[in-house]
Ligand binder design. Structure first.
Ligand code: 16G
Length: 243
């Protein structure tokens, strides 16, 4: 970053030159993901630029999503994820979606067992008010990367033993003869809470997509109420529309 190595090379205002220089560093991996950027003062010293100029360049990189500022600990290079396209017209499972892309899925378990149903679950799954649900709550990873937080609730006769689910819920349901055949999904935009963001490996307040899926068995009975929280920086949902 010494000024004689780059300043004046590409023209334009100095903060733009510094921004470009830092972008190059990020692209080429000289500044790897999750590494910290030297403090503003140090950067100003190294580059022989004013702190105002340095701050302006950093602010632009924050806006571009390349750098993230963490309260009290400085600026960090953000991990870049390739966005995934997810079809909205097929009833597939997370495991199937990732397998299609040649990625392996893993889960970090947050809750798995029989629990007292919440009012939402009672209503969606048509349970008795003090009924139980089989709950499967996990952080879902693909290729080792956190992708989504997913909390599924099912009637206990559809999934009597949630501990049977080690990788794919739908695979277990299929084995039990309870694979859903239809689902209704609602997608909403959210800002991730501190806890959810931490689990997903992003910053508090970052964009997330909250998806509520209610799925049905061939008999028409409700099989599942699942709330998924997908990373906003990792997914594009795609639907085909016809006249
Ligand atoms: C998907 C579904 C979720 C389902 C899960 C089963 C969305 C938004 N949600 O993540 O409702 O429970 O797949 O996945 O697509 P699994 O069989 O891999 O456990």
């Amino acid at each position: 970053l010494r000024p004689e190595n780059w300043l004046g090379d590409s023209g334009g205002p100095r903060y733009v030159q510094l921004r470009r220089r830092l972008e190059q560093g990020i692209e080429t991996g000289v500044l790897p993901p999750n590494s910290s950027l030297p403090p503003e003062r140090e950067l100003a010293d190294i580059t022989d630029l004013s702190r105002v100029t340095v701050r302006k360049a950093i602010q632009e990189l924050v806006r571009e999503g390349l750098i993230e500022q963490r309260q009290g600990s400085g600026s960090f290079i953000r991990e870049r994820v390739t966005r995934m396209e997810q079809s909205l017209s097929e009833l597939t499972s997370f495991t199937e979606d990732m397998a299609r892309r040649g990625m392996e899925t893993t889960s970090q378990w947050l809750e798995r067992g029989l629990f007292r149903a919440t009012p939402d679950e009672v209503e969606a799954l048509d349970l008795a008010p003090d009924g139980q649900v089989a709950r499967v709550y996990r952080l879902r990873q693909a290729g080792g990367r956190p992708m989504a937080l997913e909390r599924a609730a099912l009637p206990t006769d559809i999934l009597p033993n949630p501990l049977e689910v080690t990788t794919s819920l739908y695979e277990v349901l299929g084995r039990l003869g309870h694979r859903p055949v239809r689902a209704v999904q609602k997608i909403s935009a959210v800002n991730l809470s501190a806890r959810d963001a931490e689990l997903l490996g992003v910053a508090e307040g970052d964009a997330g997509l909250s998806i509520a899926r209610i799925s049905y068995l061939a008999s028409g009975r409700v099989a599942e109420l699942t709330r998924s929280l997908y990373r906003g920086d990792a997914y594009d949902f795609v639907a085909e529309l016809r006249l």
